[in-house]
Design a binder for this molecule. Structure first.
Ligand SMILES: N[C@@H](CCC(=O)N[C@@H](CS)C(=O)NCC(=O)O)C(=O)O
Length: 207
């Protein structure tokens, strides 16, 4: 399998961590979704990451679809999202909050970092950050497990935390949400997270 996309994308990273936790081997294609845009569009018509090219040559796009494929491949006993009931609803809600926070912080970051400064829209940035703050506070109020098997809700939320800390640290300063600090420290200590840890956020910068 070939995973396309760099680990500073939390969507790529949650797939990479899940592949490792579930014991799948993969090659890593680290071409940039910005610098190698035309090549990326040949992999995924949307020109986005992540993509996962399977051994039979088929390419899956969108992290949620890739994670769904992985869960089905390993079966309900090992799946990272519980197969049914309240546990599944809870996990899906947490994942929606975490991916929603990534979307909103991402939108604000593209506006603040990539877009030329003369074209930036402060009210839009503030709105996106408010939405992200709501999701992050809701995740901080969840009762996170302190041991046991790791699930996709913990993987996705930990990837979200690292991403937000790289691009907009004030939203998730250490100590602001102690429950998220504990979750992040516990997960980031695992091999699958250490081996995919993004040191910095690499995108073209607007003037
Ligand atoms: N819903 C998609 C979102 C993927 C996404 O937003 N990827 C970003 C990187 S974090 C990207 O490709 N950005 C480039 C662009 O959209 O132009 C998923 O879960 O895979």
């Amino acid at each position: 399998m070939i995973l396309v996309g760099q680990y500073d994308s939390p969507f790529v990273r949650r797939v990479a961590v899940s592949l490792r936790v579930l014991g799948f081997a993969y090659e890593h294609d680290t071409r940039s979704v910005f610098g190698d845009f035309d090549a990326m569009r040949r992999v995924n018509p949307l020109g986005r990451i992540p993509s996962l090219t399977l051994d039979d040559g088929e390419t899956l796009i969108d992290s949620a679809a890739i994670l769904d494929w992985l869960d089905h491949a390993v079966g309900p006993e090992r799946a990272l999202v519980p197969p049914e009931g309240v546990a599944r609803q809870r996990a899906l809600r947490r994942m929606a909050l975490a991916t929603g926070a990534i979307d909103k912080v991402g939108a604000a970051t593209y506006e603040q970092v990539i877009r030329p400064s003369a074209l930036r829209w402060p009210e839009w940035i503030a709105r996106c950050r408010t939405q992200a703050e709501g999701a992050i506070a809701a995740l901080a109020a969840e009762a996170w497990p302190v041991d046991g098997r790791i699930g996709q809700d913990q993987i996705t939320t930990t990837c979200m935390i690292r991403y937000v800390r790289m691009v907009d640290g004030a939203l998730l300063a250490a100590g602001k949400y102690p429950a998220l600090d504990v979750l992040s420290e516990r997960c980031e200590a695992r091999e699958a997270f250490r081996e995919t840890f993004p040191a910095e956020y690499v995108v073209p910068r607007g003037e």
